[in-house]
Write a protein that binds this ligand. Sequence first.
Ligand SMILES: NC(=O)c1ccc[n+]([C@@H]2O[C@H](COP(=O)([O-])OP(=O)(O)OC[C@H]3O[C@@H](n4cnc5c(N)ncnc54)[C@H](OP(=O)(O)O)[C@@H]3O)[C@@H](O)[C@H]2O)c1
Length: 303
Amino acid sequence: MRAIRIDGFGGFDRLRVEDVSEPRLGIGDVLVRTIASAINPVDDKTRRGGIAGAMPAPPMVLGWDVAGVVLDPGAAMDDLRVGDRVFAMVPQLATGHGTWADLIAIPAHQVARAPEGTSLVEAATLPLPGLTAWQALAGLELRSGQRLLVAGGTGAVGGIAVQLARHVGVEVHALVSRPAQVAAVRALGAEQAFDDPAALEPGTYDAVFDTFGAPVLDAIADGGRYTSVATEAGPVPDLSHRKVRTTLHQVSPDAGALAEIARLVDAGALRARVHAAFPLHRVREAHEHFARGGLTGKIALTF
Ligand SMILES: NC(=O)c1ccc[n+]([C@@H]2O[C@H](COP(=O)([O-])OP(=O)(O)OC[C@H]3O[C@@H](n4cnc5c(N)ncnc54)[C@H](OP(=O)(O)O)[C@@H]3O)[C@@H](O)[C@H]2O)c1
């Protein structure tokens, strides 16, 4: 079967489409034929060798997101059938066996049915950013009517956070990277959008959801909450003197939350955004496109 592997850390030329052996189904695994995946920042950082701490050594198959079709439900046959459309987030850094392969064996507790009303290419853009947004937002414990700032509101995680928060009645403002992104984030439901952090009024937000290490701490109201998913930006600051709770969120697999995400997509409350889709053999071009930034959706890989 085909897989995208790196044989060492470095530039885009490290990405190779290679013939590798098919996965063996372990106890509790589901065998999935990949239809699509997506590029996430973690894939880019892994290829560059930019992930700190313990990680598998190359050669390894990259990729965290997958949408596909069940080939063998294994022991999950009460819940899944051959041919079911599914999606999942696979924590590639734990094993080195990522989702950029024709076939993947995935623990059943990480697999959920894909949304019914979207293509599998669209579905493949949701698992990692969707779970990150879902879990980090839950930690902010927002109530309807409270005010949230999402920093990086047109990004993959930020764009989902904007939509999920709006859905539960939160007033969402967004900080974006450039004027051209203002309209895009407003279309996702942000009531106000800023392209300059200096324009944010101090002390106005019940919570901030930060996706890039934004200079926005003054904008949080005393007693508020701040969560960051930007692990590269370093540890979150201690703001206990202002009674602001600060957390650095790390995503984890959760098929139950994925099922909720699929339900919201089918209910029209959450939109999957594909900026561009590239077939597997154009993976280097896909990465170059991703690295340029300024996207209003995900870069998908099709199999
Ligand atoms: N901790 C976790 O579990 C976890 C999970 C998922 C993601 N992450 C991390 O979270 C970050 C965001 O992920 P993502 O998938 O949402 O990435 P993404 O799609 O690239 O989104 C990042 C967004 O932030 C914007 N941005 C970056 N620098 C900015 C700046 N100085 N001012 C204003 N906007 C800025 C980008 O705009 P432009 O593209 O226009 O520059 C983009 O819209 C990444 O670092 C990723 O590794 C962590």
